[in-house]
Design a binder for this molecule. Structure first.
Ligand code: GLP
Length: 234
């Protein structure tokens, strides 16, 4: 794990952008693994303002809420379109289908997609309980794409994007931990004091399924970009 300290999320976004651009310029990227949430917003802003061209590349997102259509403003498909795809289209962009009628075949379809498009760089945020994607504490390190029952803390953390807590979906599709670990390079960003404990546990704690992000200690090309608040326990 390589740790990069930055002052704030704007600088973090710039740093992540530079790292991605370097790999793209070196022609090492066919598929980008993308994330949602507030954390990658500054990175997507940098990308939108750049001359990076994704028109020959594929993107695969980490997760999507069960039950939300791509046109629902709370869906991750909508978020990606607004923050990135509308300005920087990829040749192909994939997210789990929140409206799939058969969850098992949807997970299988997604795993096959990932197998056919191995992720070169995976962008990650981290939940305040140490989750990555939507892989909550206790998730087996062996999981591939699966349906997750969201924990109360994640539902609470994400309710800020919805008009009431009752509207926050209780389940999501998520790439599994094993899927995420298969990415060649991983860039995880964490900003703000409410991530400080999760960041400490991820970097300094034991590798345990209780802290899903701790598995990244065993990945051979992971970069963690943290601001001052998120790194205060390092
Ligand atoms: C959600 C997403 C994660 C994200 C996390 C943190 O649960 N599924 O991919 O990393 O929240 O979100 P934020 O970046 O808004 O703090």
């Amino acid at each position: 794990m390589q740790i990069i300290n930055v002052n704030d999320s704007k600088m973090g976004g710039k740093k992540a952008f530079e790292l991605i651009k370097e790999e793209i310029d070196a022609k090492k990227v066919n598929t980008l693994g993308l994330a949602t949430g507030s954390t990658p917003i500054s990175l997507y802003e940098e990308i939108r303002q750049s001359n990076l061209d994704f028109s020959n590349m594929t993107s695969i997102n980490l997760d999507e809420y069960v039950g939300l259509s791509a046109t629902n403003v709370q869906s991750y498909a909508y978020f990606m379109n607004e923050n990135l795809f509308a300005t920087k289209p990829f040749a192909h962009s994939y997210l789990p289908n929140g409206l799939a009628t058969d969850a098992t075949s949807e997970c299988k379809r997604y795993d096959e997609l990932i197998q056919n498009n191995p992720v070169d760089i995976q962008i990650l945020g981290i939940g305040s309980n140490g989750h990555i994607g939507f892989n909550e504490p206790g998730t087996s390190f062996e999981t591939q794409t699966h349906v997750v029952d969201l924990t109360e803390s994640t539902i609470n953390a994400n309710k800020r994007f919805f008009s009431s807590i009752n509207e926050v979906p209780k389940q999501a599709y998520s790439m599994g931990i094993k899927t995420i670990m298969a990415a060649k390079k991983i860039i995880l960003m964490a900003y703000g004091e409410n991530k400080a404990e999760a960041v400490r546990n991820m970097v300094k704690g034991p590798v345990t399924e209780d802290v899903p992000a701790s598995i990244l200690q065993q990945h051979n090309d992971t970069i963690i970009i943290v601001d001052k608040d998120a790194s205060k326990f390092l």
